[in-house]
Write a protein that binds this ligand. Structure first.
Ligand code: OGA
Ligand code: NI
Length: 358
């Protein structure tokens, strides 16, 4: 894929722009009016995404009907929910966030040593997509492949500073992976599939893919004109987002409005990605979300993407294909699937919807 070899124009770090003290953002970041947050319906004071207490799941997955029911309803109605008592240590959540904040606070020349390319996206990045002249988002990020071991990002892609970063990130990955494996069982049961169906479809416990995207959204002098991250659905299976409960910004589409997510202290935000929409033959749906820019505070979030093993073709479960509900998607590997977002950048739900026409 030649177009994915390099960025189409010089990369500008949003952090550098923000720290240069400009009061007007460059045109490259100004969204068309239809995407500007100030001109759209936002629902802030209505009920947000569901909050689900997972404590009953930790011992016996089969025994906790009410929790499974709550997850199932959240996946059907929202595609998003928050979990508390999820088994990931709060202390570790704080530490991994602070460690990555320390990384982004280093001088630019230190971070530039990890500058990424669209070939694998691993490393320090400032755009998604390679379309020349595209309108860009107000955020930088760091991307790593964590699992399976065979595709784990090479040593040279991992920041060497702060020295604790790798160990803490690995510890966090292990705990989140356990949570994901539990949720995969819950989702399988919710769909009426065998309890291990989804995990097996993802390549088994050690075979599933895990990538980490640490998002860094610098302060923005004109947050009404741009977005920290444009509307998109996540291409993978399921996302576990660790976001700051003090600085909001994430919004989820609900009908024609955007609902602001207010994470509870210690909570993790879970959302369904396109691969689970495909596997469930559209019973569960990946939902569009976006991130607002903020003039007063910078914001950090860690998105851990739990994905199918990238070389396994994945299609709708045959149990969910009936004469009344024929298969909506043809099987495809995740490697094939994610080329689209890597080339075109975040574009709402256009990718998964486009599959249906075929
Ligand atoms: C993402 C994402 C949301 C956030 O990285 O895919 O949607 O709040 N992040 O940073
Ligand atoms: Ni996302």
């Amino acid at each position: 894929m030649d177009s994915l070899q390099d960025w189409p124009e010089p990369v500008v770090r949003v952090q550098s722009l923000a720290e240069s003290g400009l009061s007007v953002i460059p045109n490259r970041y100004i969204k068309p009016p239809s995407d500007q947050p100030s001109l759209q319906t936002s629902k802030n004071n209505q009920q947000g995404i569901p909050v689900i207490d997972l404590s009953s799941l930790m011992d016996d997955v089969a025994g906790c009907r009410a929790t499974i029911q709550a997850v199932s309803a959240a996946c059907r109605e929202w595609g998003f929910f928050q979990v508390v008592n999820h088994g990931v240590s709060m202390e570790l959540m704080e530490r991994v966030k602070e460690t990555w904040r320390t990384f982004f606070r280093q001088p630019m020349n230190v971070k530039q040593a990890y500058a990424n390319s669209p070939k694998t996206y691993e490393g320090y990045g400032s755009r998604l997509g390679v379309e020349k002249g595209a309108i860009l988002d107000w955020g930088d990020y760091y991307f790593l492949n964590l699992m399976p071991a065979s595709v784990r990002s090479h040593e040279r892609h991992w920041p060497s500073q702060p020295p604790s970063l790798r160990g803490i990130t690995n510890e966090y990955e292990k705990e989140v992976a356990k949570l994901c494996q539990t949720l995969m069982k819950v989702l399988s049961i919710s769909l009426g599939l065998d309890v291990d169906y989804m995990q097996n479809a993802f390549g088994g416990a050690g075979g599933a893919g895990e990538c980490l995207r640490v998002n860094y959204y610098p302060k923005c002098p004109q947050p009404d004109l741009t977005l920290g991250l444009s509307a998109h659905s996540d291409p993978g299976g399921m996302t576990v987002l660790l976001a700051d409960h003090r600085v909001g910004g994430l919004q989820v589409r609900k009908g024609d409005a955007w609902v602001t997510v207010q994470p509870l202290p210690g909570a993790l935000v879970i959302n369904i990605g396109d691969q689970i929409q495909v596997l469930s033959n559209s019973v569960f749906r990946s939902v569009e979300h976006r991130v607002l820019a903020n003039s007063a505070y910078e914001r950090i979030s860690l998105a851990l993407f739990y994905n199918p093993r990238s070389d396994l073709p994945l299609g709708p479960a045959k149990e969910l294909v009936t004469p009344e509900r024929p298969s909506l998607y043809r099987p495809m590997t995740f490697d094939e699937y994610r080329v689209y977002i890597r080339k075109n950048g975040p574009r709402g739900k256009t990718q998964v919807e486009s599959l249906k026409a075929q």
